[in-house]
Ligand binder design. Sequence first.
Ligand SMILES: [Zn+2]
Length: 191
Amino acid sequence: MKKILLFIAFILIAGAVFFWFGASSVTKNTDAYIYDLPFKKGASFNIVQGYGGFFSHYGTAAIDFEMPVGTPIYAAREGVVYSYKENNNEGGPYKKYKNKANYIMIKHPDGSFGCYWHLQYNGVVAKRGFVRKGDLIGYSGETGYVIRPHLHFSVKRILNYKKDSYLRTKFRTSKGILLLKRGYVYENPIN
Ligand SMILES: [Zn+2]
């Protein structure tokens, strides 16, 4: 009996570890463009879910920056505001909140889209026209399908949820130009 309980405990713990640290496969396509981190210069934030994470990034090349509600978000790349939503004020770790996220999408000069998700209520600043890289575009929040406040960022070539519609993106960080990984903190360099 004791052995069976130990075995069950082992499976549960291994499953939890796999869920938390594991990842599904994502696209191998990496954008040639070098992005800026989408927050203030000198600030740093932790990646709580990376590419392919099992909470909500299954097959998805997206990253989640953990940050308090109301953190200013800056454009990681220039482009034209394509669409936004800011009138949602609900969020939580349940699928029923999936369509409750506030967001902004910016269409880049090469036709790809920068997607900034879970913004706070009335948290969109850039609502039309052209934004330069580094312009203030909104404020982070916890709307939609979230466990805790964060910014979800992804770049898509096509606006659907297929694996190969996404692109992996390199960022300029204080430690060099990198693809970002879960569990690491990245600083936006001052210069
Ligand atoms: Zn996410």
